[in-house]
Design a protein around this ligand. Structure first.
Ligand SMILES: Cc1cc2nc3c(=O)[nH]c(=O)nc-3n(C[C@H](O)[C@H](O)[C@H](O)COP(=O)(O)O)c2cc1C
Length: 200
């Protein structure tokens, strides 16, 4: 079948996007508001966008009233955020942080997670996460009803036991990804394919 995007609702398009573009990695993002309260929420519209400098991006869909989410607002104001990797050990707590808590209530506390100071930026990272990336905002772009945030990763915090020869061991990290609806996925079977070389 062919479906015209402009002939159905935004929610119908959303369902086709999240059901087709999956599994999606999840950024667990901490920010701080004007009062210094730590805000935390997961975002699966997330990926790498560059390696020199290292850059990541994620997108916050605006609220029904058109206002940016607390995460986007805090980043645009302060210019800083931390992206954490979601894994099998912290997924339940991180899922809890997606609660629509009012401004000024820290989702970290509600979820029983611990904020610890970052090294290079003011926004704290979360102790229970094995990988955290300290980011400075490069650009925020208003895209329709979403705010796209692009950040430069200025520092990596990685649990010692994950690293071997500068590479992260995926079996020790045990990342969790997002599917459609309320579903998540674990890493399944892993297989390798060499990239072909074109020879004249
Ligand atoms: C696994 C997961 C992934 C999510 N991904 C997104 C996303 O990519 N974009 C978005 O706007 N909201 C996403 N959400 C919803 C936000 O986490 C939720 O709206 C949260 O309350 C936003 O917090 P804030 O208002 O403190 O920024 C996701 C929720 C979950 C549980």
């Amino acid at each position: 079948m062919h479906i015209r995007a402009d002939a159905q609702t935004a929610h119908d398009n959303y369902k086709l996007l999240i059901g087709s573009i999956l599994p999606r990695p999840i950024a667990f993002v901490t920010t701080v508001n004007e009062e210094g309260v730590v805000n935390a929420a997961p975002f699966s519209f997330f990926n790498i966008v560059g390696d020199e400098p290292p850059m990541v991006m994620f997108s916050c869909i605006r609220k029904g009233n058109g206002e940016p989410k607390h995460t986007a607002r805090n980043i645009i104001r302060s210019g800083e955020f931390v992206v954490h990797v979601v894994d099998e050990d912290n997924i339940a707590a991180i899922n809890h942080t997606s609660i629509n808590a009012p401004d000024g209530i820290s989702e970290l506390e509600l979820a029983g997670l611990t904020a610890v100071p970052s090294e290079q930026i003011k926004v704290p990272r979360v102790q229970e996460c094995k990988v955290a990336m300290e980011c400075r905002l490069v650009q925020s772009i208003e895209l329709g009803s979403s705010d796209l945030l692009i950040g430069e990763v200025v520092g990596f915090h990685i649990a010692d036991e994950l690293i071997h020869g500068g590479r992260i061991d995926v079996k020790k990290l045990k990342p969790v990804s997002r599917l459609a609806g309320s579903s998540y996925a674990l890493i399944g079977e892993i297989f390798d394919l060499e990239r072909p070389l074109y020879e004249e």
